[in-house]
Design a binder for this molecule. Structure first.
Ligand code: AMP
Ligand code: ZN
Length: 477
């Protein structure tokens, strides 16, 4: 049973999906105007771990992550760069996917990756429903969400924040996408075009055109509804998105359709650098490339998992160096397990395996407690390493642990199944992929052939209980 901390209730709750075996997750994706920084990457490692875990637990998971390719920042900076909005945002979108791929977040795993500029119709439809219900109004060519009207029609504003509405000043408006917590104001749904060279879209309402562009919040309400329906199961993002972004997403969807946008909101805490907020002026603003001087990208993934997603993560160069050492140790341990050749029946470790299996699943199911899960793994690795060094572990037992570690790596994503895949040789990688495919297709003839080819190349490939083939380099001992 999975328990998750739901920002809507401020409690850890049992996770109950809307459909029996299917889960819909919506993650607020990157605003593509710059390289993603390591704080952003923490947010996606968290969402990916949640996605992986739900898949691992047997759900069919529809994971949707949007790309914000039109907002104040993308418009401002594309203009500065002197290129079109499309060219500008496509560049950063590509860089974003290159970065997350290095963290084992696979683009192919997403159900949909909607881009805001492709959802104008859906956004305008939503705005029209709000106008029809008089929860939105037009002012100087822009369209705003009327918070007082929303409240008067029986809704509650401030579901995530628990805002004191007594301090809410009626009639004030804000046009920027991001605004301060003290300012609960009518927010913008559609922004009128102001300068002639500004990117804009037509918006016809009752025969009149309102050229402009969407506000940031409406983008996510429209894209999540179109791809997952309402309510979908889990909405994720960093804590900075609680207000105003998610609060306003909730209000738009509920105001228009009288349904909650999502049943659970899960928010990751921020990453700090040397205990400070990352900022360019402090010189502590890191992107993935900056930190890979100190360790592999997957060491950063490990580092992110070592802190619970609801805790602040204090990044330091030292912590990255340590994560690199820890990851290398795990890789070495996996290789070592495969080199165990000792035969024999005496069972020394089944209790240990049961213990770590249980501790791992209990920890992860407890609001994704990856630090606890990892602590349990480290403990078992130390014990098994000792047994190997003392020549007390037999091959059968070593294989069981190998299989277990590869199985749980489907949740952790630390690249353990790649440890033995010699990346240098694309022939081998190609053969492994063919082998995996043949396994799925139950094509035993092809599998036999691949096995023989592997032997010729100096490797052994075997099936394991969990469907991930085990590859042994016969030459290495
Ligand atoms: P943005 O591209 O600014 O919309 O941010 C993308 C994601 O990164 C959002 O979920 C943010 O909440 C999250 N985020 C931004 N800064 C940090 C940080 N320092 N630590 C963790 N997550 C962050
Ligand atoms: Zn969003």
């Amino acid at each position: 049973m999975l328990k998750v901390y739901n920002t809507l209730t401020r409690k850890k709750e049992e996770f109950k999906p809307r459909k029996d075996k299917e889960v819909g997750i919506y993650t607020c994706g990157p605003t593509v105007y710059n390289h993603a920084h390591i704080g952003n990457l923490r947010a996606y490692v968290f969402a990916d771990t949640l996605f992986r875990y739900l898949k691992f637990a047997g759900y069919k998971v529809k994971w949707v992550m949007n790309i914000t390719d039109v907002d104040d920042k993308t418009i401002r900076d594309s203009k500065k760069a002197g290129v079109s909005l499309k060219e500008f945002t496509e560049k950063y979108e590509k860089l974003f996917f290159e970065d997350i791929e290095k963290l084992n977040i696979n683009k192919k795993e997403f159900f949909k990756i909607p881009k805001a500029t492709k959802y104008m119709k859906e956004m305008q439809e939503l705005v029209k429903v709000l106008l029809d219900k008089e929860i939105a109004y037009i002012k100087d060519g822009s369209i705003y969400f009327n918070i007082q009207k929303y409240i008067d029609s029986g809704h509650k504003y401030g579901k995530l924040l628990k805002i004191d509405m007594a301090n809410f000043k009626r009639g004030e408006r804000v046009e920027a996408d991001e605004y301060e917590k003290e300012n609960v104001q009518d927010f913008v749904l559609w922004k009128a075009k102001k300068e002639s060279n500004e990117p804009s879209w037509d918006f016809k309402i009752e025969g009149k055109n309102y050229p402009g562009r969407p506000g940031w919040h409406i983008e996510c309400s429209a894209m999540s509804r179109k791809n997952l329906g309402n309510p979908f199961d889990i909405h994720t993002g960093g804590v900075d998105l609680i207000f105003p972004h998610h609060e306003d997403e909730i209000a738009q969807t509920e105001g228009a359709y009288d349904v909650p946008i999502a049943n659970y909101f899960m928010h990751n805490e921020h990453l700090l650098v040397e205990n400070q907020k990352m900022s360019k002026s402090l010189g502590n603003f890191y992107v993935l490339e900056d930190i890979t001087k100190f360790g592999k990208p997957l060491a950063f993934r490990l580092l992110a998992l070592q802190t619970h997603y609801r805790e602040k993560l204090n990044f330091t160069k030292d912590s990255m160096l340590q994560a690199e050492v820890a990851l290398t140790r795990v890789y070495e341990f996996i290789r070592k397990l495969l080199w165990v050749e000792k035969t024999g029946q005496k069972d020394r470790v089944s209790f240990l395996l049961k213990k770590v299996e249980k501790e791992f699943s209990v920890a992860i199911a407890d609001d994704l407690s990856t630090p606890r899960a990892l602590a349990s793994l480290w403990e078992s690795i130390a014990k098994i390493n000792k047994l190997i060094d003392e020549g007390l572990l037999n091959k059968k037992e070593a294989n069981l642990f190998y299989d277990f570690f590869l199985k749980i790596d489907r949740v952790l994503g630390l690249g353990l199944d790649e440890v033995l895949q010699p990346k240098i040789d694309p022939t081998i990688v190609g053969l492994i992929n063919k082998y995996k495919k043949a396994t799925v297709n139950k094509d035993y003839e092809t599998k036999d052939k691949i096995r023989t080819e592997f032997n010729k190349l100096g490797y052994k490939i075997e099936d394991t209980k969990y469907g991930i083939p085990r590859i042994t380099f016969l030459g290495e001992k």
